[in-house]
Design a protein around this ligand. Structure first.
Ligand SMILES: *[C@@H]1O[C@H](CO)[C@@H](O)[C@H](O)[C@H]1NC(C)=O
Ligand SMILES: *[C@@H]1O[C@H](CO)[C@@H](O)[C@H](O)[C@H]1NC(C)=O
Ligand SMILES: *[C@@H]1O[C@H](CO)[C@@H](O)[C@H](O)[C@H]1NC(C)=O
Ligand SMILES: *[C@@H]1O[C@H](CO)[C@@H](O)[C@H](O)[C@H]1NC(C)=O
Ligand SMILES: *[C@@H]1O[C@H](CO)[C@@H](O)[C@H](O)[C@H]1NC(C)=O
Ligand SMILES: *[C@@H]1O[C@H](CO)[C@@H](O)[C@H](O)[C@H]1NC(C)=O
Length: 457
């Protein structure tokens, strides 16, 4: 059987659950069309599938989930296809250009060394051309990175397919609940994959929308980027120290229109406004310490707590606005991050990728940006964006890419409507920035630009 049709059969089996024997058609291919599958001659992943007629599946609510899952698989494989085609095409051009460019640069250097006096005029002409071409180099580097990404996606999809095949073989050994959990897990991986596909560089921030006006000058609020479908609970923490009550609003709508909330009492007060709610837990910096605590809302208990080694705390390395904002936790498409500063890095920002279960540091990056002169910072697609201040005219002006361990100065202005920003964090699900602006909870949309664009060259 082709891997794609295996997948369909498998999902069908899972979602049909107990009714399996009555409902399952003798030959799944009769109802599930596989347009193309698995791999082409160059090993590229192409697996387009089409769900069966609605009438066949409408009897069970779970089949709706199934259809959505299939649609996601379909969407993802289509995206990968498009990305792959573009990358392959552009890469050929890019590689040719790169060789030419580098050749020209070498030649140019030789000319410069050997004939300094006689060919001044030609020299000038070549130099002008060279300068024109120079900005292309970083673009070329990014194209190469994109090509690599496509390879990685291909591998991930292949892995998913083989996991599904394995599952199918083990079918007999699992009950519905277990299988459902496994499918949810796969779905999560697919979603993560989709998000990565849509990743890019920050190029713009929209005008803000004020969601609510409440609380003190300082605080933080957010939604969980991994919350299940339909869960739009809003989490709200007023103040930056000596508070330990987290408010839970049932939905964004409730948050906007009412003051109806549930209070959760944390076992310790927090420091700063760097908390983040991720996959049902809140991660926060314990007051007057460099301890990070993971508190699970489902069990109302601490599931992990760990020291963030060398991290400054207690206003040693706060953001420009102060407020014990030494340790800023955040989540992007790639997972959980801590942003802080250390003596070892001379008070400059350190970025650490954390394991969300153990809170151990997976990897750290040291930047050259002083933490105390940063307004706020947020992470998108593995790049940390730093703002220039918390009051007055604000802009994002420094970006550190953990992919390439390089930084650049940029200039992306955004409106600081209420003149005091004490929290600014990206939510990878909404692709929005959540901000606490002087007792107002505001949202900004972001524009991300993916480098693959054939018309650019
Ligand atoms: C798949 O893509 C279509 C068109 O872009 C979109 O309308 C639909 O919501 C997507 N489905 C899923 C499950 O993401
Ligand atoms: C795919 O699976 C292999 C073997 O289990 C693993 O080494 C590899 O990292 C996986 N690749 C991705 C992209 O998940
Ligand atoms: C950085 O790498 C991650 C993972 O490979 C990818 O999802 C993301 O798009 C990359 N970010 C940028 C800005 O290229
Ligand atoms: C407040 O929220 C709870 C549960 O979240 C709900 O049962 C109750 O009806 C709400 N009260 C008002 C006045 O909206
Ligand atoms: C989210 O939590 C669920 C249940 O605790 C777990 O199975 C899943 O692996 C978690 N996902 C991530 C990305 O951590
Ligand atoms: C962001 O974009 C969405 C979709 O276009 C829109 O509904 C929403 O109001 C926007 N939010 C902001 C803060 O501009």
């Amino acid at each position: 059987m082709q891997p794609a049709s295996k997948l369909l059969t498998l999902i069908l089996l899972i979602f049909m659950g107990t009714e399996l024997t009555q409902v399952l058609p003798a030959n799944p291919e009769e109802s599930w069309q596989v347009y193309s599958s698995a791999q082409d001659s160059e090993g590229r992943c192409v697996c387009t599938v089409v769900a069966p007629q609605q009438s066949m599946c409408s009897r069970d609510a779970r089949t709706k989930q199934l259809r959505q899952l299939l649609e996601k698989v379909q969407n993802m494989t289509q995206s990968i296809q498009v990305l792959d085609q573009r990358t392959q095409r552009d890469l050929q051009y890019v590689e040719k250009m790169e060789v030419q460019l580098r050749g020209l640069e070498t030649k140019f250097r030789q000319v410069e060394e050997n004939h300094k006096q006689n060919i001044a005029k030609q020299y000038k002409a070549i130099k002008a051309k060279m300068e024109e071409l120079r900005p292309l180099i970083p673009v070329l580097e990014e194209y190469k990175a994109d090509a690599k990404l496509v390879l990685q996606f291909k591998e991930e999809v292949q892995n998913l397919t083989s996991v599904l095949s394995e599952l199918q073989e083990e079918m007999g050994a699992y009950d519905y609940e277990e299988l459902h959990n496994r499918v949810s897990n796969l779905e999560e991986r697919l979603r993560a994959c989709m998000q990565k596909l849509a990743c890019g560089k920050l190029t713009g921030i929209s005008d803000p929308i004020t969601i609510k006006t409440s609380g003190s000058r300082f605080g933080s609020w957010m939604t969980d980027p991994l919350a299940p479908e339909g869960d739009t609970r809003v989490w709200y923490m007023d103040g930056y120290h000596n508070n330990r009550f987290v408010r839970e609003y049932k939905s964004m709508h409730d948050f906007m229109t009412s003051d109806n909330f549930t209070s959760h009492r944390l076992p310790h007060p927090w420091s700063g406004t760097g908390q983040v709610v991720y996959n049902g837990s809140i991660y926060f910096n314990k007051f007057q310490s460099h301890v990070i605590i993971k508190f699970d809302f489902r069990t109302s208990s601490i599931s992990k707590s760990r020291q963030l080694d060398y991290a400054g705390f207690n206003n040693a390395y706060h953001y420009a606005w102060g407020g014990h904002s030494d340790i800023d936790l955040m989540v992007d498409e790639g997972g959980l991050w801590a942003v802080y500063a250390t003596n070892q890095n001379a008070g400059n920002i350190v970025i650490s990728k954390l394991n969300p279960n153990t809170l151990q540091i997976i990897k750290s990056w040291t930047t050259n940006h002083p933490k105390r002169s940063a307004g706020e910072s947020f992470m998108i697609c593995g790049t940390l964006y730093v703002t220039n201040g918390y009051s007055g005219g604000t802009k994002v002006y420094y970006a550190y890419s953990t992919n390439s361990s390089t930084y650049e100065y940029i200039d992306i202005a955004f409106q600081n409507k209420y003149s005091h920003i004490s929290m600014l964090d990206y939510n990878p699900r909404d692709r929005a920035l959540y901000a606490w602006n002087n007792g107002h909870q505001v949202l900004y949309n972001v524009t991300l630009f993916h480098v693959i664009r054939s018309e650019e060259l």
